[in-house]
Design a protein around this ligand. Structure first.
Ligand code: FAD
Length: 472
């Protein structure tokens, strides 16, 4: 069959990994085609992930701030929430960014082919538009960036609209009186934060023995305390075992995660949000027909240049492995495009920061304290409580803290964690420190502006194991 479209590079999927790869490839002079099944570019992150969730979290933060203003003598009263306007605001934010991508694609002459792509050979992808039209795209090289989708727990009545995944929850159909969030990870807790601020009574169940598994426990505590204060019920070591759709609501039965443990009684909820993780889309692309290996979990294994088992086909983003984060996908996208263009590069990033945009935010990068202990590393820990920060006191948010982990032998920073407002912005300095092989004294010696929360990073560099040191 004759190809309908021919190109030097085909990028499959227009999420943050895919559009970054396509734009970079075009900037490097390659004739580029971007295939996307959804009507708008931007993938999960822009349409139903990072961006809409942060727009809604901003609204939640404003409600939270306003409710504390009474502490310094300002009373805004009870917030009146116009859900339609809030939804419009979120959609406008998303629209502005996705339309921006269309412009950027045009500017670079990246051709966008709409439809679902499947490989038919090592150099061909068939794209079906869902209305009976199919196009054959022939490529010299390909970058697969087809992302991931929410895990749908089996046994839940998914055809009932009251059972939601994160995409449904972001649609903001209503503010349920009683919301159950299954999964106390980043996405579950961000959505719990939004719905609690909007007025829902929220319960969170988490299978593991702490919220935000993967983050150090001490970082999670200020968030757990605040959720408790806000009346969010949290059940750890618990699983939502079955959900029965009833007229009055969804009846959810719980079971302890371990035998002999305790679990709450079955309860009725107006809506249930399932946020128990995401699974890669690698298995849905007929990748085998292109000679691309996909593992049993649906991930596509890649080397340090993002090449798959077929050397002319690269894979990036959520479908190559954890952590499933937009900034990892964009970094990989750029790298894959540059290697495809002939540059001799490979993955050299040492660390990828993680951020939960909850209230307070939790951010961590590099080695965690728990990992350091597990591996028996000889680490020093510098920890600065925000209760001693002038800025944190001024804004009434002293529950946070900043900690740095450094290798005692080399003095180099190897990890860090921050909990508090704007922790996500603050963690970038620690990521840079690790990438640059910075010694803890370098941070302590760098003059940070006063009074800012960023000073807490410098202060953490000066307080090791609870005592102020004069190491330098
Ligand atoms: P995706 O964004 O998943 O894009 C893949 C694209 O490929 C999609 O547009 C899809 O339609 C398309 N596609 C798939 N298969 C085909 C096919 N066969 N044919 C054509 N097109 C196809 N990450 C952060 O870093 N920060 C955050 O704050 C954050 N918040 C999040 C909040 C939520 C609620 C969710 C769900 C995720 C969040 N993430 C966040 C994760 C982030 O969205 C992902 O890591 C990121 O989108 C991955 O990018 P990607 O390019 O790999 O894939």
């Amino acid at each position: 069959r004759k190809a309908d479209v021919e190109c030097a590079v085909l990028v499959l999927g227009a999420g943050p990994g895919g559009y970054t790869a396509a734009f970079r490839a075009a900037d490097l002079g390659m004739d580029t085609v971007l295939v996307e099944r959804y009507p708008s570019l931007g993938g999960v992150c822009l349409n139903v992930g990072c961006i809409p969730s942060k727009a809604l979290l901003h609204a939640a933060a404003v409600i939270g701030e306003a409710s504390h203003a009474g502490d310094f003598g300002i009373d805004f009263g009870t917030p009146k929430i116009d859900l339609d306007k809030l939804r419009d605001y979120k959609d406008k934010v998303v629209g502005q960014l996705t339309k921006g991508l269309v412009g950027m694609a045009k500017q670079r002459k990246v051709r966008v082919v709409a439809g679902v792509g499947r490989f038919v050979s090592a150099y061909e992808l068939q794209v079906d538009d869902g209305e009976g039209k199919s196009q054959l795209v022939r490529f010299e090289q390909c970058i697969i960036a087809a992302g991931s989708q929410a895990v749908k727990l089996p046994g839940f009545p998914w055809d009932d609209p009251r059972v939601m995944d994160s995409t449904d929850a972001l649609e903001l159909a209503d503010v349920p009186s009683k919301l159950l969030v299954v999964g106390g990870g980043i996405i579950g807790l961000e959505m719990a934060t939004v719905y609690r601020a909007l007025g829902s009574e929220v319960t969170v169940v988490e299978f593991m023995d702490q919220l935000m598994p993967g983050a150090d426990r001490d970082l999670v505590k200020p968030l757990a305390d605040r959720l408790k204060k806000q009346g969010v019920a949290v059940h750890l070591k618990t699983k939502a075992a079955k959900v029965e759709a009833q007229k009055k609501g969804l009846k959810v039965g719980f079971e302890p995660a371990e035998e002999g443990g305790e679990a709450p009684e079955a309860q009725l909820y107006d809506r249930v949000l399932v946020a128990v993780g995401r699974s890669p889309n690698g298995g849905k692309l007929d990748a085998g027909k292109a000679g691309v290996e996909v593992n049993e979990r649906g991930f596509i294994p890649v080397d340090r240049q993002m090449r798959t088992s077929a050397r002319h086909i690269f894979a990036i983003g959520d479908l190559v492995g954890n952590p499933m984060l937009a900034h990892k996908a964009t970094h990989e996208g750029k790298l894959a495009a540059e290697v495809a263009a002939g540059e001799k590069k490979e993955w050299v990033a040492r660390v990828i920061p993680s951020v939960a945009y909850t209230d307070p935010e939790i951010a961590w990068v590099g080695v965690t304290e728990a990992e350091a202990k597990e591996k028996g590393l000889d680490v020093g820990v510098g920890k600065f409580p925000w209760a001693a920060s002038g800025r944190a006191i001024g804004i009434g948010r002293t529950e946070g803290f900043t900690k740095l982990l450094f290798d005692r032998a080399t003095q180099r920073i190897i990890g860090g964690g921050i909990v508090g407002v704007h922790a996500g912005d603050l963690i970038a300095e620690v990521a840079l420190a690790i990438e640059m092989g910075c010694e803890v004294g370098d941070i302590g010696h760098t003059i940070h502006p006063h009074p800012t929360l960023s000073e807490s990073v410098a202060m953490a560099a000066e307080v090791f194991d609870g005592t102020i040191t004069d190491l330098y």
